[in-house]
Design a binder for this molecule. Sequence first.
Ligand code: ARG
Length: 399
Amino acid sequence: MPDRVVLAYSGGLDTSVAIPYLAEKMHAEVIAVALDLGQGGEDMEDIRERALDCGAAESVVVDAREEFAAEFCVPALRANALYMDRYPLVSSLSRPLIVKHLVDAARRLGGTIVAHGCTGKGNDQVRFEAGLAALAPELRVVAPARDFAWTRDKAIEYAEARGLPIETSKKNPFSIDQNLWGRAIETGFLEDIWNGPSEDVYAYTADPATPREPDEVVITFDEGVPVAVDGRPLTPYQVVDELNRRAGAQGVGRIDLVEDRLVGIKSREVYEAPGAMALIAAHMELENVTVERDLARHKRGVDQRWAELVYDGLWFSPLRRALDAFIAEAQRRVSGDIRMTLHGGRAVVTGRRSGDSLYDHSLATYDTGDAFDQSQAKGFVELFSLPAKIAAARDAKKD
Ligand code: ARG
């Protein structure tokens, strides 16, 4: 019996070429596994057949859209997850789910080796292999681009020499990764970090500078999970999909970032994540209304750690599970509605409404009916400033 290699398959040039190459090099049968993560574009059935046409022994397509939305995007939203305060973890979120389905396929179809198309310079190799180490340490890993020094030119040459049924002429200068949570674009002229992104870089968002009517949307959350848009109950996938379209049409969620990769390189990446960025803005504001101050302060640190951990590929780790337990507790009252205006590349909150609100009008108001006893403030301020006052007096004597 030949070995069976389970390949994370995208349908693109590099992973298509990897099918016959791995079969030959490893004397193995290749099982291609492709996931629908809401990336849009090509029909998944075409992708499934292409793998077979390239010589795969088996080709599996998984509709993972709802799973990705509910199990990965929603936890990221509840954590307001933004790496370096900017990047909503688009690719970082998809890798652990791809790993899970690779392992499922390997166990079901007798795979002993897993292959992925990552290079040795990026984060994604870490995410794949850290995930595999946690879920299926018995599987061997091979990464042709990294381990056998495959390049794009070599792949094109190989595909043409063998007449593989893939488009090699279309010269896309960019490396793109996209899913429901957003789209990442790098390489080409973007590698000069002084070059501004041209409009053709973007696919999920329209030019925010184009004049158009604003769009007003109401998002309903239940314990930090988005459950309805404009009063219509939707699944997590449907919420993100609708907001990708509506916020995308207003140019919301474009990000241009020089980013610190786990492997130590600074790289420039352009992102567009209209749904994710609108949802995070809405969720953060609902937390402002419903989460008690100390819990909110502590959660901001947890949120940052969560984003770093997931960026670094440690989804399947005890710390991520423990942080999620904290976040779940913190989300117990994060229920209610947020109204936002989507316009000119921005998603701006204009209203909040919650049965769990901590906003007390009678305490906050400057009008009559004020329930706040201002006389209590005087003593509080005095004691609160006492340590700094004493230290300042000491320093005045010494200097
Ligand atoms: N820099 C991002 C990350 O590490 C995206 C990686 C994939 N990007 C790409 N354009 N292929 O999560």
